[in-house]
Design a protein around this ligand. Structure first.
Ligand code: GRF
Length: 191
């Protein structure tokens, strides 16, 4: 399957997925055909380029959402992705973006999307002193973290007494779960 990975920041999930395509559970099943960012200076974009991955960016700042989304979708379509994989892509997607890739956009959210949507999910788990939280991989629809759930995994937070520790444990689960969930999708739908 051809994966387009979209990010706005540091790109740790992107790197984990890239690694999985090279030597992990996605080996022989998926290739990253482009890493795209709405932030031309996103660290993740630099990391992807250093790994020899094709990269592309289009600044979203100051642009009208529908116009930016239509241009981003047109750019991505040139790479003919089977799946559009959001990995810290900090934008709510308008129909202009979703329609060309309907049912093929995947996101990872660092909480149970039934309990928490939007930003700061690890802070939320930490502030509420949760003993566990869930990482969710889901299909993207027009809402904020509302699409059908594809995979979830629990993160044990007992004894995690700093926000940094909550994030460390959560990200370790994210990095494994995302690749596993994509593997399941690719195999089920023969992508
Ligand atoms: C992750 O926690 C992901 O679940 C959320 O945004 C963060 C991105 O981190 N959607 P990274 O850029 O992959 O390191």
């Amino acid at each position: 399957a051809r994966l387009a990975i979209l990010l706005s920041g540091r790109g740790s999930n992107m790197l984990a997925l890239l690694e999985a395509t090279k030597t992990g559970v996605l080996q022989g099943l998926a290739e990253v055909v482009v890493v795209f960012s709405n932030k031309p200076d996103a660290p993740g974009l630099t990391f992807a380029a250093e790994q020899g991955c094709p990269v592309a960016s289009l600044p979203s700042q100051g642009r009208k959402r529908e116009i930016f989304d239509a241009e981003a979708a047109a750019l991505l379509q040139q790479y003919q992705p089977d799946l559009v994989v959001l990995a810290g892509y900090m934008r709510i997607l308008s129909p202009a973006f979703i329609q060309p890739f309907a049912g093929r956009i995947i996101n990872i959210h660092p909480a149970d999307t039934h309990q928490h949507q939007g930003l700061h999910a690890y802070e939320w788990a930490f502030d509420n002193q949760l003993l566990e939280t869930k990482i969710t991989v889901h299909l993207v629809d027009e809402g904020l973290d509302t699409g059908p759930i594809l995979a979830q995994q629990t993160v044990d937070l007992r004894g995690a007494d700093t926000l940094a520790e909550v994030e460390r444990r959560g990200l370790a689960v994210e990095h494994e779960l995302y690749a596993e969930a994509l593997r399941g999708l690719i195999m089920n739908y023969k992508l």
